[in-house]
Write a protein that binds this ligand. Structure first.
Ligand SMILES: O=P(O)(O)OC[C@@H](O)[C@@H](O)c1c[nH]c2ccccc12
Length: 268
């Protein structure tokens, strides 16, 4: 596997996209959208509070297989019982073992707001996300660049999808804010090198105005991490691996939510 995994993922995704467009055209997707109910808000993720996005993740390029044969109903019920504010579902097939089939299954299992997590740069993918019942989508600044990001943030707004705009450094935070992002995801993992450090979130946090929500993504491995982030004023954490590996995802998510919320309240 080459060092620049992001490019490899994009190459694979392009093939998948071409196949999808052959099956269902963009205009057919827009038509299907007409029958859909409006998306839910990511309501707990307001500036001034702390909430958790728990992720459904079978595998990743950095870890290989994490929980390949997930017990989806068990995990999703656990996430809801533990008080997760939203669920993130990986739909990338070739490197994360996900898919829209997982997304659909989770949609059927849960009334929680759902984030579609994929590598997206086209109108087709955003409309498709809404058709499959997504409430929010991930937009990766490193993948898009400033101009494309601005276009997709606008399109997401038109579609009434919330956008979690992912950044990893100062320049990307600036691009995301200029694009009009209201929910910023600061990824502690460098998507090119896989290095993970919670310090990334803590360092970039002061660049973000108070009315923009900040979610710390990746590498959260327990309540201590969540406490550290919430105490610094971070509004939420997106947690995958450490949640899906648990035999008791509900208890674990419950602890993350209560410790994070307490640390956020007690912060000043
Ligand atoms: O499993 P972790 O380390 O808790 O990470 C979850 C999530 O942040 C990670 O899956 C992620 C963040 N940004 C992404 C972009 C694409 C794919 C995956 C991701």
């Amino acid at each position: 596997m080459s060092a620049d995994i992001l490019n490899e993922i994009v190459v694979a995704k392009k093939k998948r996209l071409a196949a999808a467009e052959k099956e269902v055209s963009l205009s057919q997707l827009w038509k299907r959208l007409e029958q859909k109910t409006p998306p839910r808000r990511l309501w707990p993720f307001a500036p001034g509070g702390f909430a958790l996005i728990a992720e459904v993740k079978r595998a990743s390029p950095s870890r290989g297989k994490i929980e390949w044969a997930l017990d989806l109903p068990g995990i999703v019920q656990g996430y809801a019982a533990g008080g997760a504010g939203a669920v993130s579902v990986l739909t990338e097939e070739d490197f994360f073992g996900g898919g829209l089939r997982d997304f659909h299954a989770v949609r059927e299992l849960s009334g929680l707001p759902l984030l579609r997590k994929d590598f997206m740069w086209t109108e087709y993918q955003l409309v498709e996300s809404r058709v499959w019942g997504a409430d929010a989508v991930l937009l990766i600044t490193a993948l898009l660049g400033a101009e494309a990001l601005r276009g997709l943030v606008g399109l997401a707004r038109e579609l009434k999808l919330e956008a979690l705009v992912e950044c990893h450094d100062r320049e990307e935070v600036e691009q995301a804010l200029e694009a009009g992002a209201r929910i910023l995801g600061i990824n502690n993992r460098n998507l090119r090198t896989f290095e993970v450090s919670l310090a990334t979130t803590l360092e970039l946090l002061p660049l973000v105005p108070p009315d923009v929500v900040v979610i710390s993504e990746s590498g959260v491995s327990g309540p201590e991490d969540v406490k550290r982030l919430a105490a610094a004023g971070v509004n939420g954490a997106l947690v995958g691996e450490s949640c899906v590996r648990r035999a008791d995802p509900g208890d674990y998510v419950g602890r993350l939510v209560s410790e994070g919320s307490a640390a956020y309240r007690e912060r000043r």
